[in-house]
Design a protein around this ligand. Structure first.
Ligand code: SF4
Length: 425
C-alpha cells in the first residue's frame, strides 16, 4: 500500500487495479442482483445463494483442474495434488491457501472462499511422498497455493523436509510459487523467522535439489522498493534461483514497455524471465482480458527491445485444458510460400482456396501438454482480433478441427470426475 501504489493516479494506478476490486468486474446484471438484495435487507441465505450462483458463473476451476488434474492413487483421489504434466506435480499445502496479495485477477480465487467445501489442500505430505515414490518420472514438485510463503518457516519446513529423503532423489527440482517478493518482501528480510526461512532454502539446496522461486511480478514498480531488492539478494545468496512470471492483464500491464521494464530490471537483479501468461478464463476475465493478437504484439515489442538475457521468457502462453499453448506469431501463407508451394499446400489440405493464402493466421504450439506426444505440436488458428482464450480459437485454412486431442481423447488422457462428483466429495 505504501510502496507500490501511486495514490495520485488512483483508480488507474496499475497496482491499485491489481488489488482493489472494481465495480465493472461484475457484469451489470450480477451487480444489480446483489445490490437489490442488500438494499432490501434480504436474509443472508438469499444473498449467499445469489453470490454462489455468480461464483459458479465465473468458472471457478478452469482447465479441468477439478475434473482432470487430481490424481487417483490406490483407488482414491488425492485432493491436495494436481498432476497434469508427466514431470511436474503441484502440491497445495493446507496452510498455504491464502495470500499476501489477493490479486483481483487471481486464477485460484476459488481456493480462498471454501466454495462448496472444495479446496485443493493437504494437511501433510504423507500422500504426496507415497505418490512421488510410485512415480519416478516426476522430476519437479511445485509447492503452490494461494501462496506458500504466507506460512511460517516451521510450517513450510514440515512440507519441504519430507521431499528431501533419498527415496525421492528423482525429485530434483522444488519450485515455490509466490508473490511475496512483490507484495510482502519483509517475509525474507525482517520478519522474525526470515533468517530461518533462508536457512531452510539452503538445506533444500544442500540436499542436492534445485530450488526455484517462481516469483509473480505483474509490474516493474514491484521491483523498485529497497526492501524487495534486499529480499531478492537474500534469497539469491542461498543458492536459490528466482524466475519471473505473470499474466498479461488489461488495466495493469497491457503495455510492451511495462513488460520490457519488468524483464530488464529483473535481469539486472539476477532474476530469470520465464513466462508471460494469458489471463485465464476465470473470475473477472471480462474486465482483464487482452485479445490474443494484442497480447502477442505486446510480447513481440517487449521481446524485441531487450537483450538476450531476457529472452528465455516464453509467451504469450495459455495454461489451457490440453496443455500450455503459446502464440508464436502471425503470418500469411504468402509470407512464406511462392504460388507453386501454395498450390501444393492447398491440395494437401483438401483444396483450400488460394484466397486463404492471404489470410493472416496465428501460429501456435504446445510448450507443455497432458499428452507428452503433443509437446512442440505446431498448429494454425484463424486470426480473430476479438479472441481472448484457447477455447475460442478456430482452425485456420477452413479446416474442421485442430490436429490434436478432440473431446474423445480428453477422456482417455486422465481419469476424470464430473464437476458434480467433485463438489459432492
Ligand atoms: S499472488 Fe497468485 S495466489 Fe495470490 S492472489 Fe495473486 S494470483 Fe492469486
Amino acid at each position: 500500500m505504501e510502496n507500490l501504489i501511486d495514490w495520485s493516479k488512483v483508480p488507474n494506478d496499475p497496482v491499485f487495479q491489481l488489488v482493489f476490486p472494481q465495480r465493472e468486474m461484475l457484469d451489470p446484471e450480477q451487480y444489480h442482483d446483489v445490490e437489490t438484495l442488500l438494499r432490501k435487507g434480504h436474509a443472508q441465505d438469499s444473498l449467499a445463494r445469489v453470490i454462489q450462483r455468480i461464483r459458479l458463473d465465473l468458472n471457478p476451476y478452469p482447465a479441468g483442474q477439478l475434473t482432470h488434474n487430481v490424481p487417483i492413487f490406490e483407488g482414491r483421489p488425492l485432493w491436495g495434488l494436481q498432476h497434469k504434466y508427466r514431470e511436474t506435480v503441484l502440491f497445495f499445502p493446507f496452510h498455504g491457501q491464502s495470500c499476501h496479495a489477493y490479486c483481483t485477477y487471481c486464477f485460484r480465487w476459488a481456493q480462498f472462499i471454501n466454495m462448496e467445501g472444495v479446496k485443493f489442500a493437504s494437511k501433510d505430505t504423507v500422500d504426496l511422498v507415497a505418490y512421488l515414490k510410485a512415480h519416478p518420472d516426476v522430476t519437479d514438485v511445485l509447492i503452490t497455493g494461494g501462496d506458500p510463503m504466507i506460512m511460517r518457516t516451521t510450517l513450510l519446513r514440515k512440507y519441504l523436509e519430507p521431499l528431501l529423503i533419498p527415496e525421492l532423489d528423482h525429485v530434483q527440482n522444488i519450485r515455490i510459487g509466490t508473490k511475496a517478493i512483490a507484495s510482502w518482501p519483509y517475509r525474507f528480510v525482517s520478519e522474525p523467522d526470515a533468517d530461518d526461512c533462508l536457512r531452510l532454502f539452503e538445506e533444500v539446496i544442500a540436499a542436492n535439489r534445485h530450488l526455484a522461486i517462481m516469483g509473480h511480478f505483474s509490474h516493474p514498480v514491484e521491483l523498485e522498493p529497497e526492501i524487495a531488492r534486499a529480499a531478492i539478494q537474500r534469497i539469491r545468496n542461498t543458492g536459490a534461483q528466482i524466475r519471473m512470471q505473470a499474466p498479461i492483464i488489461r488495466h495493469v500491464n497491457d503495455d510492451p514497455e511495462v513488460w520490457a521494464s519488468i524483464w530488464r530490471t529483473g535481469v539486472r537483479l539476477g532474476l530469470i524471465p520465464y513466462y508471460m501468461f494469458v489471463e485465464r478464463d476465470t473470475g473477472a476475465r471480462n474486465y482483464f482480458e487482452v485479445p490474443l493478437v494484442r497480447a502477442y504484439e505486446i510480447y513481440r515489442q517487449a521481446y524485441a527491445s531487450v537483450s538476450g538475457l531476457s529472452r528465455p521468457v516464453q509467451g504469450p502462453t495459455m495454461s489451457a485444458f490440453p496443455g500450455k499453448v503459446r502464440i508464436m506469431g502471425v503470418i500469411t501463407l504468402r509470407d512464406i510460400m511462392d504460388d507453386r508451394m501454395i498450390e501444393t499446400f492447398s491440395r494437401a489440405h483438401g483444396g483450400v482456396p488460394a484466397i486463404h493464402a492471404d489470410e493472416p493466421v496465428l501460429i501456435c504450439d504446445f510448450t507443455q501438454a497432458r499428452d507428452p506426444a503433443l509437446v512442440k505440436t505446431v498448429f494454425f488458428a484463424a486470426l480473430d482480433p476479438h479472441v481472448t482464450w484457447f477455447d475460442q480459437l478456430r482452425p485456420a485454412f477452413a479446416r474442421e478441427r485442430f490436429p490434436f486431442a478432440d473431446e474423445g481423447d480428453r477422456e482417455r488422457i486422465l481419469p476424470s470426475y464430473s464437476v458434480t462428483e467433485c463438489l459432492l466429495h
